[in-house]
Design a protein around this ligand. Structure first.
Ligand code: NAP
Length: 485
C-alpha cells in the first residue's frame, strides 16, 4: 500500500468520495508551536452533514448484516495500516496540537491497540439463553447494532479519540458520521485515507469538518442517527445531551475532569512525585485525566515540594517536533489565557509560587503558545483552580491532616473522572480506592489509561465507558426474544 502523507487541503469524506464542502469555504489549521498555518480544513455545515447521514444510513443495513468475523478483518487491516504509517501520524499530531513526538508515538500505538481490541471483541458480542419460568416458552437475548452513529471528538488526543469511537462502532455493526475538532482535521483525514486503503464499503465511515454547531444540530435533529458518542467539555456535552433528548437518542459522554492526587505520608515519595509530574504535565496538562488538585499530607509537604520543583524544572520545553522535547506549547490561545488567569487568581488570593508562573519564549518559536510548567503551594478552596478544570500545566498543592478529611475534600467536586493516590498501607489502599467517587482510581499508578480497562467517569464527567469489555456494548442494543413452543 502507498504510504499516506498529510496534504495542504483537507476535504470531506462522504460515501467513499473525497469532496469539497458545499460552502466552498476553508479555514487555516495553525501549528501552536510556530503560529504558522500548516494546512486548510474544510468548513462544512449541515448540508454536508445531511449527505453524510444519507450515506451512513444507506450503508447501515449491509454493514450490520456483514458477519462479525468479516468486520473484524477490516479492523485488523486498519490496525496494520495505522502502525505502518506511525511516523506520519506522530508528526501530524505534533504539528496540529503541539504534543512532543515521544508522546505522539505513544498515542499512535494506543490508537492502533483500540482497533485491535475491538476487532477481537467484534467476534464476541454474545447474547444469553435465559432459563424459562414456563415449559411452553424459550427466552433469549441477542445483541444488535444501535444504528448509524454520530461521533464528535476534541483535539487533545486527535488520533486515539478517533479510533476509540470508530473501532467499537464498526465492530458492533454501526456506520459512522465523524466530526473531529476543527484544530486537528489532518489526523482524522489521514485516518480516513487508511479506511479507503482498507477498502471499507462506501458510506460505512464518513468525515465532516467545519461549523460545529450546524454539524451537531443536523446530526441530532436527524432521526436516522440513533446514537451520539462525544468526547469534550462538560459544557458542550450537556448541550448535546439536551438536544439528543428530543429523540431519546442513546448517548455516550466522555467529559471534563478535575482529578485529585493524594500523597499520604507513608507513600514512596520519589514515586509519588514522578507520578504527579507524569499525570500533571503530560500533553502540557491537556488531558481530561490530568491531575488538577494535589493533596499532600502536612508532615511531608516541604520534602515533597523540594522534589517536585527539582523534577519539574528538568522538563525540556520546546517545539514537540524536536526529539529532546518533553513539554510542548498549549494547543490554543484560549487554553493559555485560562492557565494565566488561574495562576493570577491563586497568587492574588495568597498561594505561593514554587516554580514557573509565566509564559516562556523559545528561541526560534517566538509565536508559540508556551507556558512554563508551574507549581504553586498554599492553595485553598477559594481559588478557581480548586474547582475549575485547568487543562494546562498548573500544579496546585494543597495540604491535609487526616485520611477522612482528604477523602471528603477530594470528592467535593462536580467531576468524577480520574483520581490518584499514593500509599504503602495495604488497608488504606483498599479503603481509599473504594471511597473515591471517581470512574477511575490509580493506586500508586499515575498512568492509568489502557485499552483493556474501562475508561470513563461519573457525575458531570460523563456516561458510558470506552475500552475494556464494555466498549462494544456502548454501540449495541439488547433485544429480548420470548418464543412460545
Ligand atoms: P469542546 O469545546 O467541548 O469541543 C469538543 C468537540 O465538540 C469539538 O469537536 C468541537 O468542535 C465540538 N463542539 C463544540 N461545540 C459544539 C456544538 N455546539 N455542537 C457540536 N459539536 C460541538 O472541548 P475542548 O475544550 O476542545 O476539549 C477539551 C475538553 O474535553 C476538556 O474538558 C477535557 O476534559 C475533555 N476531554 C474528555 C475526555 C474523556 O475521555 N473524558 C478526553 C479528552 C478530553 P470545534 O472545536 O470544531 O468547534
Amino acid at each position: 500500500m502507498p504510504a499516506i502523507a498529510l496534504e495542504k487541503k483537507h476535504l470531506l469524506y462522504i460515501n467513499g468520495e473525497w469532496i469539497e464542502p458545499v460552502s466552498q469555504q476553508f479555514y487555516d489549521v495553525i501549528n501552536p508551536a510556530t503560529g504558522e498555518a500548516i494546512s486548510k480544513g474544510s468548513y462544512g455545515d449541515d448540508r454536508d452533514t445531511e449527505k453524510a447521514i444519507d450515506a451512513a444510513y444507506k450503508a447501515f443495513k449491509p454493514w450490520s448484516k456483514t458477519p462479525a468475523v468479516e468486520r473484524s478483518k477490516y479492523l485488523v487491516r486498519l490496525y496494520e495500516l495505522l502502525l505502518e504509517n506511525e511516523e506520519e501520524f506522530a508528526h501530524t499530531i505534533s504539528k496540529e496540537m503541539g504534543k512532543p513526538l515521544r508522546e505522539a508515538r505513544t498515542e499512535v500505538k494506543s490508537a492502533a491497540d483500540y482497533i485491535l481490541w475491538n476487532a477481537e471483541e467484534a467476534k464476541r458480542s454474545y447474547g444469553d439463553v435465559i432459563p424459562s419460568p414456563m415449559a411452553s416458552k424459550r427466552l433469549q437475548t441477542i445483541k444488535q447494532p444501535v444504528g448509524p452513529v454520530a461521533a464528535i471528538t476534541p483535539w487533545n488526543f486527535p488520533l486515539s479519540m478517533v479510533t476509540r469511537k470508530i473501532s467499537p462502532a464498526l465492530a458492533a455493526g454501526c456506520t459512522v458520521v465523524f466530526k473531529p475538532d476543527s484544530q486537528t482535521p489532518g489526523c482524522a483525514t489521514l485516518f480516513f485515507k487508511l479506511a479507503e486503503q482498507a477498502n471499507l464499503p462506501k458510506g460505512v465511515l464518513n468525515l465532516v469538518t467545519g461549523n460545529s454547531s450546524k454539524i451537531g444540530d443536523q446530526l441530532l435533529e436527524d432521526p436516522r442517527i440513533r446514537k451520539l458518542t462525544f468526547t469534550g467539555s462538560t459544557e458542550v456535552g450537556k448541550l448535546l445531551m439536551q438536544k439528543a433528548a428530543n429523540q431519546v437518542k442513546s448517548v455516550s459522554m466522555e467529559l471534563g475532569g478535575h482529578a485529585p492526587f493524594i500523597v499520604f505520608e507513608d507513600a514512596n515519595l520519589e514515586r509519588a512525585v514522578e507520578g504527579v509530574v507524569a499525570s500533571k504535565f503530560r500533553n502540557s496538562g491537556q488531558t481530561c485525566i490530568c491531575t488538577n488538585r494535589i493533596y499532600v499530607q502536612e508532615s511531608i509537604k516541604d520534602k515533597f515540594l523540594v522534589l517536585l520543583k527539582e523534577k519539574v524544572e528538568q522538563l525540556v520545553i520546546g517545539n514537540g517536533l524536536h526529539e529532546s522535547v518533553d513539554f510542548g506549547p498549549l494547543a490554543n490561545a484560549g487554553g493559555l489565557t485560562k492557565v494565566k488567569d488561574q495562576v493570577k487568581d491563586a497568587l492574588d488570593k495568597g498561594a505561593t509560587l514554587i516554580t514557573g508562573g509565566k509564559e516562556c519564549t523559545i528561541s526560534g518559536y517566538e509565536n508559540g503558545l508556551f507556558y512554563a510548567p508551574t507549581v504553586i503551594a498554599d492553595v485553598d478552596e477559594t481559588m478557581i483552580v480548586a474547582y475549575e478544570e485547568t487543562f494546562g500545566p498548573l500544579a496546585p498543592v494543597f495540604t491535609f491532616k487526616t485520611e477522612e478529611e482528604v477523602i471528603e475534600r477530594a470528592n467535593d467536586s462536580v467531576y468524577g473522572l480520574a483520581s490518584y493516590f499514593f500509599t504503602n498501607d495495604l488497608s488504606r489502599s483498599i479503603r481509599v480506592a473504594e471511597a473515591l467517587q471517581y470512574g477511575m482510581v490509580g493506586v500508586n499508578d499515575a498512568l492509568i489509561t489502557s485499552v483493556q480497562g474501562p475508561f470513563g467517569g461519573v457525575k458531570e464527567s460523563g456516561i458510558g465507558r470506552e475500552g475494556g469489555p464494555d466498549s462494544l456494548n456502548e454501540f449495541l442494543e439488547t433485544k429480548f426474544i420470548s418464543t412460545g413452543i
